[in-house]
Design a protein around this ligand. Structure first.
Ligand SMILES: *Cc1c(COP(=O)(O)O)cnc(C)c1O
Length: 406
């Protein structure tokens, strides 16, 4: 009997999720009804943030975060190179210049020293860095207390890309959770189906600063404000009795349509209700993988477990040493695929993308390059069985045996 194909990640949708969306479809609202605010309140309570602003993707979340931070032409933003394209691209959307930071070859995380080295590169050009986007690769968190201390000394805004890390705890005493912005100004999330919860497409920004929250809401919805206190155009807005029109709204700055709709938020609420369940399962799968650490074939190991964090794992990344490249990652991926196991590479360092290469052709980030050459993401998702991990490990052994035959 052939076993089901194991992708590296996928959503977990039950009947109650389907019912929630169907109920939403039968309600009066398909967009910007009550479930939008309900989702935001639930996300705030799950993360411990004062404000949550839901939007229609993680990319949109990063974009409105850049807008709310006031970033634009002439600003320099530091982004680790081991990340998804959007962490850097969203900074480019507002015209900021991106400076890539190196990463730890054992975890894929930007270390405080990588951050400091990137700041030095900015300063060597006679510029000042404005913001940093720490990325919590695989659900493990960057050393936020140290990054926060460095950034604040430089007067930089801190926008966490927490797209991998919903449900992670961190800090020397695990006192913080991702999204509570304990050591940041904003945290961005994605609810793409491979992430910890699924909304179809979806994202959110959390922040404790009410002014930032207001800017995020404006950027999400065309820049439209219905706050009478702030209206300025009497010519357009006052009726003949001197009252602001019931119909009236004003725009100070153009914004976008990045709204998440009620259908998405109905699914999001249902999914977020299962966050603890998903996190428990993801941690159990990770533990199962690490329980095999000593039995892995020579030259294959898992990424190092980062200090000061209790991640809700998003990715299970393995590192292949030595002649892995010689053997060929494609042949490893193909062999695993033939055994029913999906893998992926997270990520090609973003500074090597042609668009960014043209901006800094000579930039060398050795730690990230080493990580990239070795990394392969193995299956990990909530609906996986613990015994599926055994299957993956056995398949790695088969692949390694083939390698020694060559
Ligand atoms: C998924 C992801 C994004 C983008 O999220 P979308 O919802 O796909 O737009 C950004 N950054 C990281 C690190 C991600 O993993």
């Amino acid at each position: 009997m052939t076993q089901a194909f194991l992708p590296y990640g996928r959503q977990s949708i039950d009947e109650d999720d389907i019912d929630a969306v169907v109920r939403s479809l039968k309600s009066d609202f398909l967009t910007t009804g009550p479930t939008v605010e309900q989702f935001e309140e639930l996300l705030s309570s799950k993360t411990g943030a004062a404000n949550s602003i839901v939007c229609n993707s993680g990319t949109a979340a990063l974009h409105i975060a850049a807008i709310a931070a006031g970033l634009g032409d002439g600003d320099c933003v530091i982004v680790p190179t081991i990340t998804f394209l959007a962490s850097a691209n969203a900074m480019r959307f507002v015209g900021a210049e991106v400076f890539f930071a190196d990463c730890d070859p054992l975890t894929g995380l930007m270390r405080p020293e990588d951050f400091s080295a990137a700041i030095k590169r900015v300063e060597a050009l006679g510029k000042k860095p404005s913001a940093v986007v720490p990325v919590h690769y695989s659900g493990q968190t960057c050393d936020m207390p140290a990054i926060h201390a460095i950034a604040r000394k430089e007067g930089m805004t801190i926008i966490e890309d927490a797209c991998h890390a919903l449900g992670s705890r961190h800090g020397p005493n695990l006192e913080a959770q991702t999204g509570d912005c304990h050591w940041s100004d904003m945290a961005c999330f994605s609810f793409h189906p491979v992430k910890t919860i699924a909304m179809g497409e979806g994202g959110a920004v959390t922040t404790n600063d009410p002014k930032i929250a207001e800017r995020l809401r404006l950027a999400r919805n065309h820049g439209m404000s219905r706050d009478q206190e702030k209206f300025t155009s009497k010519e357009a807005g006052l009726d003949i009795n001197g009252n602001w029109g019931l119909w009236y709204y004003e725009m100070e700055q153009p914004g976008y349509n990045y709204r998440a709709c009620d259908l998405q938020c109905a699914l999001g609420i249902s999914q977020l209700g299962k966050l603890e369940k998903f996190a428990t399962k993801r941690r159990a799968l990770r533990d199962r993988y690490y329980s095999f650490a000593k039995e892995l074939p020579a030259g294959i190991h898992f990424i190092r477990q980062a200090a000061d964090c209790d991640p809700c794992p998003h990715l299970m990344t393995a590192l292949f040493e030595g002649d892995f490249l010689g053997f060929g990652r494609n042949s490893v991926m193909n062999s695993l695929r033939e055994m029913g196991i999906g893998t992926q590479v997270h990520y090609t360092p973003v500074h090597l993308q042609p668009y960014y290469r043209r901006m800094s052709p000579d930039l060398a980030l050795e730690g990230a390059l080493e990580f990239y050459r070795k990394c392969l993401t193995l299956p990990l998702f909530s609906d996986m069985e613990l015994t599926d991990v055994d299957r993956v490990v056995a398949a790695l052994q088969t692949v390694a045996a083939k390698r020694t035959e060559l």
